[in-house]
Design a binder for this molecule. Structure first.
Ligand SMILES: *Cc1c(COP(=O)(O)O)cnc(C)c1O
Length: 824
């Protein structure tokens, strides 16, 4: 009901003519130009300014309502927010997209050209950062009090160019010419101490206190990005911290004639928010990265406490008012920081401070990969955050001596095993352990993953505190991933099931009853074809490759990692190519394989896989013998904006990770929602997608998680598969020749070596045969277009569960316990 009312009061807030006037006004008053002289950049900024008239109004009303109600709020701490572009999304959410499009058309401008001026806000690597972006969208849409906290990176994830088939990284400058969505809030600047030493002092009361004498201060400047809920009742904020040199420091040095030093002070401070670390799955043990983590946690906690203190004079209500969600372990240092503030600055005793921390923090685990579990060297902590190390030691001491001792008396081996400090040549702080020991809830991100978190990752912690472990399956916002990116399908659903589905995605289910309807099928497939034509045009523009929209589009888009097994798809492509060469009549419908992926700059094998895909593509695409039956495309610079063109155009969604390694995946959800069929393993959320769409509407292949474990336990030998399958042997050997790299044999050999001598850690060879076999079934199914249409419709109509609104309601119910606040 509330949503309906919001529609009446807020969403048709501007007519086309009013919007036109607003754009023209802002061209002149905001951009300092006029209709005759303005370039597209100015038109875009003027359009944003017109939208912002509505957005800022709602932002103010929302913060007023939250302040008046003094309501409990969630603080979502994340080192990454992969926002993409905001203009189209915000226009849809405030309900002016149609008015804006028509107003711009009247002014002689195409809304798509204008919105193409916006750079992506790529302040994240992949799934984890995009999840944070979907979650803050849903929190605003559902009218929950929430603040997202992160870092205002000057450079987001690198821009990827492909030169000679290889990935080249270029800097990303998303705000070089200003960004109309962000508001600087100098009134909320924070100071952050670093380095130095800890002094023990005794007060007049004889009590011991710790004083941290910092060696350095940096300043955190907040930038607020409005987060517009659908129908724009609530506009929350994403607050991103920019690092600056603290003012007072420079001037002393400067006046003493040390201009160079003051400059280096300045650049060191500004380095903290300069770049996003591009490592997706393996952790960089870099001092600057630890400082980044502490910097944004310290700023955010000070901000949370400042707001709390407006209405409270002691900390007795703190954990009632604030819940802090840690998106992976990256913000873990917030835990000892809150302890430090409460004890050293606010004068609480340990037990009271600890009780507050235990009720305030909750932790989301995103991975089981051992190399991705964060650990920080003790010596680094000691240098950068000496007081925090003391606090971690004390948390650990109490945990081992009280809780572990009580559960496993006298078991020193267990204490060593569960200690937050890992002993060894270099002693390390295990950040995930600190999270689980402190947080009142630890959640995994899909049903299967949450089970593995309990059974494999933290079994002893689960034994200690079974009630702390919960699951919240990931989701994606249907506003961006259907409404805004697939207008055609969105309109078809509006006509079929009504217009409530962007809020209640389960209502798409109403379309499933037309899955057998010939006319509905025809319309559905016509839309898919239209999106494929749009993508084919983009492919020709970006890659110079012509693909037919009548071919089956197999799409594999995600960060490049061995566990995601892009090289399994590559081996499969080689097998198909070989079959076509050996038998020109080989029975297969025309196929296009489309990849999009960034590799971490230091991840050699991942970059080699990108190179191999491009080299194979060159050869296959230009081989007249196979008569265009197979095409391979690598689209450069995969990011949210490209993803919005790719998800609607996929026929087959490749989700082929080794079972047990992909925590959830969210790309799989975006594909199914847009009517692609999954060809995937029993991994992450694929398992739950299968439950929703039914076994007959998904193509599962390969080993499941138990089979993977059993094979590893029995001693996996990739050579058995190499010698056991002549086709597999042939394609692997092919990689060592110069067939794909004329005159340069061996350029693609690293892939083969990783899969044989390297031991094939992700069991690519073990799943190869099952993949190729199941692929044949997909090809056969696709050629029966009526059957395919039915399956595609059922997929799209059945994945309402994967709405991020549902994820948020699960978080609220199981962890956050929030109440909605309706702004006026
Ligand atoms: C959804 C999304 C991801 C996550 O994809 P997975 O297949 O779940 O790894 C990564 N990057 C972008 C740009 C996305 O939109």
């Amino acid at each position: 009901m509330a949503a309906k009312k919001a529609k009446a009061t807020n969403t048709v807030a501007l007519s086309k003519d009013q919007f036109k006037d607003a754009i023209v006004k802002h061209l002149r008053s905001t951009c300092g130009t006029d209709e005759a002289r303005a370039n597209n950049q100015a038109w875009w900024k003027a359009t944003c300014a017109a939208v912002n008239e509505l957005v800022f109004e709602r932002l103010t009303e929302t913060s007023k309502a939250n302040a008046e109600k003094d309501s409990r709020a969630v603080h979502y701490l994340s080192l990454e927010f992969l926002m993409g572009r905001l203009t189209v999304n915000n226009m849809h959410n405030v309900g002016v997209f149609g008015a804006a499009r028509d107003a711009l058309a009247d002014l002689g401008k195409d809304v798509n050209d204008i919105c193409d001026e916006e750079p992506d806000m790529a302040l994240g690597n992949g799934g984890l950062g995009r999840l944070a972006a979907c979650f803050i969208d849903s929190l605003a849409t559902l009218n929950y009090p929430a603040v997202g906290y992160g870092i205002h990176y000057e450079h987001g994830l690198f821009r990827q160019e492909i030169q000679g088939g290889r990935q080249i990284e270029r800097p990303d400058s998303w705000r070089e010419y200003g960004n109309p969505w962000e508001i600087c809030r100098p009134e909320s600047i924070q100071e952050v101490p670093l380095y130095g030493y800890v002094e023990t002092v005794f007060g007049e009361d004889g009590k011991m206190r710790k004083v941290w004498h910092a060696g350095r201060q940096i300043k955190g400047v907040p930038w607020d990005i409005p987060v517009v809920g659908y129908e724009a009742k609530t506009v929350n904020v994403l607050r991103l911290w920019e690092s600056k040199a603290a003012d007072f420091f420079d001037w002393d040095v400067f006046n003493a004639g040390g201009y160079i030093d003051s400059q280096s002070e300045k650049s060191q401070a500004e380095a903290v928010s300069k770049v996003l670390y591009p490592n997706d799955e393996s952790e960089a043990g870099k001092e600057l990265r630890l400082i980044q983590q502490y910097f944004f946690c310290a700023c955010s906690l000070k901000d949370i406490i400042r707001r709390y203190k407006r209405n409270h004079s002691d900390f007795s209500q703190f954990s009632k008012q604030a819940v802090i969600q840690l998106n992976d372990t990256h913000p873990t240092v917030a835990i000892p920081e809150l302890m430090r503030i409460l004890i050293d600055e606010e004068g609480l005793v340990w037990d009271d401070a600890w009780a507050i921390c235990k009720e305030t923090f909750a932790y989301t685990n995103h991975t089981l990969l051992p190399e991705a579990l964060e650990k920080w060297a003790v010596y680094l902590f000691e240098k950068v955050l000496p007081r925090h190390l003391e606090i971690i030691y004390e948390i650990n001491r109490r945990f081992l001596e009280d809780e572990v001792e009580a559960k496993w008396p006298g078991n020193d081996e267990m204490k060593r095993h569960l200690s937050i400090i890992e002993e060894g040549e270099t002693r390390m702080v295990r950040m995930a352990f600190l999270c689980v020991v402190t947080c009142f809830k630890t959640n995994g991100v899909a049903a299967m993953h949450s089970e593995l978190v309990k059974e494999d990752l933290f079994p002893e912690f689960y034994e200690l505190w079974p009630e702390r472990f919960v699951n919240v399956t990931n989701g994606v916002t249907p506003r961006r991933w259907l409404l805004a990116c697939n207008e055609q399908l969105a309109n078809m659903y509006n006509e079929t099931v009504g217009t409530d589905w962007p809020l209640k995605l389960d209502e798409l289910k109403g379309a499933a009853k037309f899955a057998d309807d010939a006319k509905f099928q025809k319309n559905f497939m016509a839309i898919k074809r239209e999106k494929k034509v749009e993508l084919a045009d983009k492919i020709e523009e970006l890659c110079g490759i012509k693909v037919s929209p009548d071919a089956m589009f197999n799409v594999l888009i995600k960060r490049l990692h061995e566990y995601k097994r892009q090289h399994l798809a590559l081996l499969h492509i080689l097998a198909l190519y070989r079959r076509l060469l050996e038998n020109p009549d080989y029975d297969m419908g025309p196929q296009v394989f489309i990849f999009g992926s960034k590799a971490a700059p230091g991840y050699k094998l991942a970059k080699d896989i990108i190179y191999a895909i491009n080299k194979v593509a060159d050869k296959v695409n230009n081989d007249p013998r196979i008569k265009d039956k197979l095409k391979v495309v690598f689209m450069p610079n995969y990011r949210v904006t490209l993803a919005e063109k790719l998800f609607p155009a996929g026929d087959v969604s490749l989700q082929i990770s080794t079972a047990g390694y992909e925590a959830s995946g969210t790309g799989n959800m975006k594909f199914a929602l847009n009517g692609a069929l999954t060809l995937g393993t029993m991994d992450g959320a694929n398992v739950e997608i299968r439950e929703e769409v039914g076994d007959e509407n998904i193509f599962i292949f390969g080993m499941d998680c138990d089979e993977v474990k059993a094979l590893k336990a029995a001693g996996y030998n990739p050579w058995d598969y190499y010698y056991g399958n002549p086709e597999l042997k042939a394609v692997l050997d092919w990689l060592e020749t110069d067939f794909f790299t004329p005159g340069a044999p061996g350029e693609l050999a690293s892939i083969k070596h990783s899969l044989l001598e390297g031991g094939d850690p992700y069991l690519v060879l073990a799943d190869f045969e099952s993949f190729t076999t199941q692929y044949t079934a997909v090809d056969v199914a696709y050629r029966d277009q009526k059957k395919w249409a039915k399956m595609a419709i059922i997929n799209s109509a059945s994945v309402g569960k994967f709405n991020s609104d549902r994820s948020i309601e699960d978080y609220v119910d199981r962890i956050w316990k929030l109440e909605k606040v309706m702004p006026n």
